[in-house]
Design a protein around this ligand. Structure first.
Ligand code: ARG
Length: 467
């Protein structure tokens, strides 16, 4: 039962060509098409179509024979796309029309029934959610891998100490592991942010039609169940225009990129001669065409640079949505460009960052050599005075004076004699030397979640069970 309809109708690429006088010319076709980039949604488009067709059959809107023709045709189209033999012709505008046209060419009237009770408006909203659900899982997997790389590196340096900075000035000593663990925490928030987004987007728009639903008895709940959505959307006007999930997804990607750019910046500084804290692997460096000695951190710089396109995508997405009138407008087609860009950049950056982190060595001995520069133990000294009954504000003032004097004399805090210390404050005793020096401080932190050695070891244990 292939052709109940006129042959001339089939030759028309799109069913609305009978309504419009000729339709878009070549220039307009190139301008309006999204097939060149939405073709990557093919799998989800077919998935949604199969679920829709099965529902149509259960509702008696198509026969079981028609359903099997549709299913067979769509399966063939999928393998043609995957083998590269499918012809993507932009005359069909987008992936939905390209697949439907191919289906009609294969199955005639059965294919013509697939779009019953459906519009491209609820179709694209469904495809995007299906795609994004999976994309989120892929990104989450990459986040986990990167967290594991940080954990592995942290495990190697739990009892080594480095300076922690605020305002890029030396602040307090921490375990190197504590520094590395700080990225596991950031990435954990990125992971759970994506999980939240996934939960919120897992609502089925299909069945909302073009804007107002359908007069046919569609069973939306069965499609919802079949496609693994948690629920169906409650308002058809909202369902076909809602792209909150797109903006949210790009924000999630932007935040990941922000974290990666922080790491990139840290590592670029840390591998400079001035810091000399780390060595990243040669395979993640390039050299100079002129200066033969150079080992440049180009991958890290590119991570930092690529943040621009993801943050840009977020602004683009929000701007596309701003002040659009209610319901579907073709503006929305542009969303995909930015969503795909954000997903692709974040994927590439997470992968390369994992490689870099897994192949980085901290020069713990060199760090230790210079660790007593910069009065990293000054805060611990003030807290020592607190333990002797001095009010913190007074202790802060006393240590400020000691540091200023030491700086003038070119001394470290541990170089100051007990007699001299007692001139600054009577309550100081011999045990002061137990708290001075970066290594002593890193061993002395008491607060949960601090940058100390024992807290870092505990954290490493915790993350080992979690990751
Ligand atoms: N390619 C379109 C998009 O991505 C699909 C929806 C088109 N709907 C329409 N009414 N023209 O948004």
């Amino acid at each position: 039962m292939k052709n109940n309809t006129n042959k001339s109708d089939i030759s028309k690429a799109k069913s609305w060509e009978s309504r419009l006088d000729g339709g878009p010319d070549e220039l307009a076709q190139l301008f309006v098409e999204s097939l060149s980039y939405d073709r990557r949604l093919y799998k989800y488009d077919i998935l949604g179509s199969v679920a829709h067709a099965q529902m149509l059959c259960r509702q008696g809107l198509i026969t079981p024979d028609e359903l099997s023709e549709i299913e067979g045709g769509l399966a063939e189209i999928q393998s043609e796309i995957e083998s590269g033999s499918f012809e993507f012709n932009i005359v069909y505008e987008d992936i939905h029309m390209a697949i439907e046209a191919a289906l009609v060419a294969k199955t005639g009237d059965s294919g013509r029934k697939l779009h019953t009770g459906r519009s491209r408006n609820d179709q694209i909203a469904t495809d995007m959610r299906l795609w994004m659900r999976e994309e989120i899982e892929n990104i989450q997997e990459l986040i986990r891998n990167l967290q594991r790389a940080f954990l592995e590196l942290a495990g190697r340096y739990a009892s080594d100490v480095m300076p922690a900075y605020t305002h890029l000035q030396r602040a307090q000593p921490v375990s190197i592991a504590a520094y590395l663990l700080s990225y596991i925490e950031q990435l954990e928030r990125d992971f759970s942010r994506l999980a939240d987004s996934k939960k919120r987007l897992n609502v089925l728009p299909l069945g909302s039609g073009a804007v107002a639903g359908s007069t046919l008895t569609l069973d939306r709940n069965s499609t919802c169940h079949k496609l693994g959505f948690d629920s169906i959307s409650g308002n058809s006007i909202d369902a076909i225009s809602d792209r909150d999930f797109c903006a949210e997804f790009i924000f999630d990607c932007s935040m990941i990129m922000t974290h990666l750019s922080r790491l990139a910046e840290d590592f670029i500084l840390f591998m400079s001669t001035e810091y000399g804290f780390i060595k990243i692997a040669d395979k993640y460096c390039t050299s100079s065409s002129m200066m033969p000695q150079k080992r440049n951190p180009d991958m890290l710089e590119l991570i930092r640079g690529k943040v621009g396109s993801v943050h840009g995508a977020l602004v683009a997405m929000l701007t596309i949505l701003k002040a659009q009138p209610s319901s579907y407008n073709r503006d929305l087609q542009e969303d995909k460009l930015h969503i795909f860009k954000a997903a692709d950049v974040v994927t590439a950056c997470l992968r390369i960052t994992e490689g870099i982190v897994s192949n980085t060595v901290f020069r713990a001995d060199a760090i230790l050599d210079g660790i007593d520069e910069g009065f990293l133990d000054a805060t611990a000294l003030a807290e020592y005075l607190v333990s002797k009954g001095v009010p913190f504000r007074s202790a802060h003032g006393i240590v400020g004076t000691i540091v200023a004097d030491c700086e003038k004399a070119g001394k470290k805090l541990s170089d100051v004699s007990l007699a001299r210390y007692q001139k600054y404050c009577e309550s100081i005793s011999e045990d002061i030397y137990n708290v001075l020096g970066a290594a002593n401080v890193a061993a002395a932190y008491k607060t949960v979640g601090s940058g100390g050695v024992s807290q870092s070891i505990e954290s490493i244990e915790y993350w080992r069970t979690r990751l």
